[in-house]
Design a protein around this ligand. Structure first.
Ligand code: PLP
Length: 398
């Protein structure tokens, strides 16, 4: 409604009228209000490596306290290039193909703004991480949601083929996948390459869980795909790899032409990322060049602990293939099978004292009968064991 001066009220001018506070924030807030054990939101509750914390003190003392270069500090970009080489990735030019951003989230936002414009379409796969759709709409684009095929959450490439048109500018994949906990295969990437060949379609590969794959699986990165690497933004996060989600440091690898466009957005959004934190991560990676190799073992042990402790709960627990989450299906529990996942989550926090995340908010149109919740394994062993103990006690009540 217009006011007397002709200004419109904030409600009618909202560009994202349907967007509220995310389910992650809501559940974390509820957990701290109620004293529930929080295995919902994806952040570690354990301390960081003391030697990593010391790197920050060193960086501040050494004078890294002013604007860092827009594209990322030289030392951090060099350390990232070295890290990619050590993990068998392709050679990346730090000057033209690599940009340090405010977490993986800013890489995602900047990449989307760089290539999607009014009237364009972008394809995402539901369940989808919540940052994709609003960024596409803010760019003036239309977001097409294609569900991953239940029950195994696999890509339905025939549906993608049918959805692609001359308006399609971007396809976003997430590998390993949050919240499905699945990993893409080499065949998936080959099909994606074939579907985007000779078209004006870029790929955004959200690979923030690149190092968190279980049971001997290997990460299939678009960066190492002979064809996709030339049309893809690949997004990474030190929050996930070094257990520092609050530092907000991530990066994007993309061919020079895409990087150029991404930096135009990044430059006028965050401009550059906290200088001492970039210096600290660079220092840490120089001293521990293989630190990322420990990540899968670290989270793998936590996934095992959670699976072990939840055995006997009646929940169905398809072991996560990757990411630092684990899904739990409660449809075999007669007491709860009639509840939606949101209702089940409510009951768990109120009556069992455990905060988890329902899966349906990750969908534009949740499939009917969704009976799955997500638990985060990036927690202290005691947190995981206590959450599982409470869930077991609750689900075994008559
Ligand atoms: C799939 C996925 N992509 C991106 C991000 C964002 O990463 P960052 O915290 O570095 O912004 C997350 C964080 O939870 C995530 O799960």
């Amino acid at each position: 409604m217009n006011d007397p001066q002709g200004f419109r009220s904030p409600e009618t001018t909202s560009k994202l009228p349907d967007v509220g506070t995310t389910i992650f924030t809501v559940m974390s807030r509820r957990a701290s209000e109620t004293g529930a054990v929080n295995v919902g939101q994806g952040f570690p509750d354990y301390p960081i490596e003391p030697s990593l914390a010391e790197c920050v003190t060193e960086a501040v003392a050494a004078g890294f306290n002013q604007y860092a270069p827009m594209e990322g500090s030289l030392a951090l970009r060099a350390a990232i290039v070295a890290k990619i080489a050590v993990s068998g990735g392709r050679a990346v030019d730090p000057d033209t193909e690599l940009t340090v951003t405010c977490g993986g989230t800013e890489s995602i936002y900047s990449a989307i703004q760089a290539v999607v414009g009014p009237g364009d379409e972008a394809i995402v796969f539901d369940p989808a991480y919540d940052a994709y759709d609003p960024a596409i709409r803010l760019a003036g684009g239309r977001c097409l949601h294609i569900p991953l095929a239940a029950p195994a959450f696999r890509y339905d490439w025939d549906r993608v083929r049918a959805a692609i048109s001359d308006r399609t500018r971007l396809i976003i994949i997430n590998n390993p996948h949050n919240p499905a906990c699945t990993v893409a295969t080499a065949a998936d990437l080959d099909t994606l390459a074939e579907l985007t060949r000779d078209r004006r379609i870029a790929v955004l590969a959200d690979e923030v869980y690149e190092h968190v794959l279980y049971d001997g699986r290997r990460h299939q990165s678009v960066m190492n795909h002979a064809e996709l690497r030339d049309r893809s933004f690949a997004v990474y996060s030190f929050g996930k790899t070094l257990h520092i989600t609050g530092w907000r440091v991530g990066y994007c690898v993309a061919p020079a032409a895409l990087t150029r466009e991404l930096r135009k957005v990044h430059q006028f959004n965050t401009f550059s990322i906290a200088a001492p934190l970039q210096a600290a991560i660079a220092l840490y990676l120089q001293r521990h060049p293989l630190a990322f190799r420990e990540v899968a073992t670290f989270f793998g042990a936590k996934r095992e602990l959670l699976l072990r402790e939840l055995a006997g709960s009646g929940l169905e627990l398809p072991p996560a293939q990757g990411s630092y989450f684990q899904l739990a299906d409660y449809s075999a529990l007669p007491r709860f099978a009639g509840l939606s996942d949101v209702e089940f989550t409510e009951k768990l926090i109120n009556e069992a004292g455990v905060a988890v995340i329902p899966l349906s908010p990750f969908y534009r149109e949740p499939p009917p009968g969704m009976r799955i919740v997500r638990l985060c394994v990036a927690k202290r062993d005691e947190t995981l064991a206590e959450a599982a103990r409470r869930i077991r006690a609750y689900t075994s009540q008559p």
